[in-house]
Design a protein around this ligand. Structure first.
Ligand SMILES: Cc1cc2nc3c(=O)[nH]c(=O)nc-3n(C[C@H](O)[C@H](O)[C@H](O)COP(=O)(O)OP(=O)(O)OC[C@H]3O[C@@H](n4cnc5c(N)ncnc54)[C@H](O)[C@@H]3O)c2cc1C
Length: 306
């Protein structure tokens, strides 16, 4: 008796919107699907702002990937980080944690590993200004945000208090605009929780390198966003150049003007800076991009596949 031939093995890297959509699209196909993610959960990124500002908890916006796919019999979910691709032999190298490595063969490979922020060659900025792409990013911003309020409540020094009560958001794309716009609302909600400070007096400054907010959208949307942010009391600074962040750091006067304290050992929690990712600020620095597109780190996508 001959055994049935093995079905094609489709490996999907990433359990975000892209990976899950691909897996579901294959639910009735005669293939075995393996979905690999370095996290065991899918993250609903559009609600990351709410986690970053402590209005939602991480578990509100995440779901275990294996639970999402539990009824899809041809799908297997593995928790591992893909660290390399051997395209010639159709193998993935995965880091399974605790010093264990593995190799997974694929017949078809779907890359849906998402993107990280680009700091335009200044990776050292990241520790000062976390991006907002995953739960850990959101929790770090939340920690800084809440700690700034706590420190402002603690201090007796009015100047210091002013510094703690200043938030700078860098990047006027969707993430920056939405985050900057949400903060005043959150502050109103916690107004009565403090005795010595008025959280609604927190200064929110949004800095954008280009001449307008939401540059990828039509001008009227940009105008609306600017108007709305002004009405919420957010200070918007446009046209700060490509190197807006570096400008902010290097020009001491500018920093004082913004009431954010100077760099170096003082930086710690007094400022909560959140850079925005936008098309030019997104970097595909996954190993997958490194192996497949070593120079550009950008991979052409065929939108007709799904
Ligand atoms: C703050 C924020 C708000 C947004 N708001 C909106 C919105 O309102 N509307 C809208 O349409 N879009 C919005 N987006 C965009 C949208 O969320 C993304 O376009 C979408 O999530 C991208 O899906 P993805 O599957 O490509 O990547 P991701 O969702 O990033 O998923 C990638 C997955 O791959 C995994 N992974 C990465 N590298 C590896 C590796 N080496 N090994 C194993 N696993 C790996 C990650 O753990 C992750 O689970 C927002 C994005 C953000 C960040």
């Amino acid at each position: 008796m001959t055994s049935a031939p093995e079905r094609p093995h489709v490996v999907i890297v990433g359990g975000g919107f892209g990976g899950l959509t691909a897996a579901r699209a294959l639910r009735r196909s005669d293939v075995d699907v393996t979905i690999i993610d370095e996290n065991n959960h899918h993250t609903f990124q559009p609600l990351l702002y709410q986690v970053a500002t402590a209005t939602l908890n991480p578990s509100d916006i995440t779901a275990p990937i294996r639970h999402v796919l539990r009824s899809q019999k041809n799908a297997t979910v593995l928790l591992a980080e893909v660290v390399g691709i051997d395209v010639a032999n159709q193998n993935l190298t995965v880091d399974e944690g605790e010093g264990r490595a593995g190799v997974i063969h694929y017949d078809y490979l779907i890359l849906a590993a998402g993107a990280r922020h680009s700091y335009f060659g200044h990776d050292e900025w990241e520790s000062m200004a976390p991006g907002l792409k995953g739960i850990n990013d959101a929790l770090e911003i939340r920690r800084r945000f809440l700690l700034a309020l706590e420190r402002a409540e603690l201090t007796d020094d009015p100047e210091e208090r002013k510094e703690y009560l200043t938030i700078v958001v860098i990047g006027g794309g969707p993430t920056g605009v939405e985050l900057a716009g949400l903060i005043p609302d959150v502050l109103r909600g916690i107004r009565r929780d403090f005795r010595r400070i008025d959280p609604t007096r927190m200064r929110v400054v949004l800095i954008e390198g280009g001449p307008r907010l939401l540059a990828a959208f039509p001008q009227e949307i940009s105008d609306h966003a600017l108007e709305d942010l002004h009405s919420l009391g957010v200070e918007v600074r446009l046209d700060r150049g490509d190197d807006a962040f570096s400008d902010l750091i290097l020009k001491g006067e500018e920093i004082r003007e913004l009431a954010v304290i100077a760099l170096g050992p003082y930086l710690h929690t007094r400022r909560c800076i959140e850079p925005e990712q936008n098309v030019s600020g997104v970097r595909h620095d996954q190993p997958v991009a490194r192996d497949l597109a070593p120079v550009s780190r950008r991979i052409a996508v065929d939108f007709q596949v799904l």
